[in-house]
Design a binder for this molecule. Structure first.
Ligand code: ZN
Length: 242
């Protein structure tokens, strides 16, 4: 039984190492997804700017049309001036011409303002595109670096995975099954040490009788609380200087 426990401890060490490699790989890949997210965020901003430009240009066209209409109305009223007979009609036409002149000025200013905003937004797009291009370069570099690093981690991982397969073959089928199930259910920790009668998986104190049995190491013990496989290791004796 002591041998079985030793093998389970070794298996746990291996699985913790594999989990460490997996976490390292995930961390490296996160660098890439973060950079990609940053780029797509900028691309979204560019798309928003482009929509804004389309709307501004439509407004500018409308202002120009209003401007032409006001101009046409002024000419029309000026022609009518030649034909009117009464001073009341004359006054009315003059008033209309004044109003349209005001519109002429307003619409011209509006068109100018919209054109200015289009220019500003185009500049904004240019800056975003520059940023995007820079980010993409960085991304390409990061992808290469991460690929290189992941390959290295993966090579180490493969070695230890084959060690795991070897060791798995040496364990009894039902024990391996229980171990694998615990590993999955207990967040990657199936075999734990007990220190001062406390389970290092869930930190519950074990009954003294069970603790004494575990110390003997004659059979496999499970934590009554978290069901993890428990083992006891004598504390290392302190060096005696004499
Ligand atoms: Zn426990």
């Amino acid at each position: 039984m002591k041998n079985e426990i030793a093998k389970l401890i070794d298996l746990q060490t291996i699985d913790s190492e594999i989990a460490g490699f997996d976490a390292d790989i995930a961390l490296k890949e996160k660098i890439i997804t973060n950079k990609e997210a940053l780029i797509s965020e900028k691309e979204n901003e560019i798309a928003v700017c482009q929509e804004k430009i389309t709307a501004l240009q439509a407004n500018e066209r409308q202002a120009k049309m209003d401007h032409e209409d006001a101009n046409a109305r002024i000419k029309d009223r000026q022609n009518k001036m030649m034909q009117v007979q009464t001073s009341r009609e004359h006054q009315a036409l003059l008033k209309e011409i004044e109003e349209n002149k005001k519109q002429l000025k307003e619409t011209e200013e509006q068109a100018k303002a919209f054109a200015e905003q289009v220019k500003e937004t185009e500049q904004e797009i240019k800056e975003l595109e520059n940023l995007c291009a820079g980010e993409k370069e960085l991304l390409a570099e990061a992808v290469q670096e991460v690929e290189r690093e992941v390959k290295k981690i993966d090579a180490d991982r493969k070695k230890i995975v084959s060690k795991r397969e070897e060791l798995s073959g040496e364990l009894k089928a039902n024990q391996l099954k229980r171990y694998n199930m615990l590993l999955k259910k207990r967040d990657g920790l199936a075999v734990v040490q007990i220190i001062n009668a406390v389970c290092q998986g869930c930190f519950m104190t074990l009954p003294p009788q069970q603790f004494n049995d575990i110390r003997k190491g004659e059979k496999l013990h499970l934590c009554p609380n978290c069901q993890r496989i428990l083992y006891y290791m004598e504390p290392e004796e302190e060096a005696v200087d004499n």
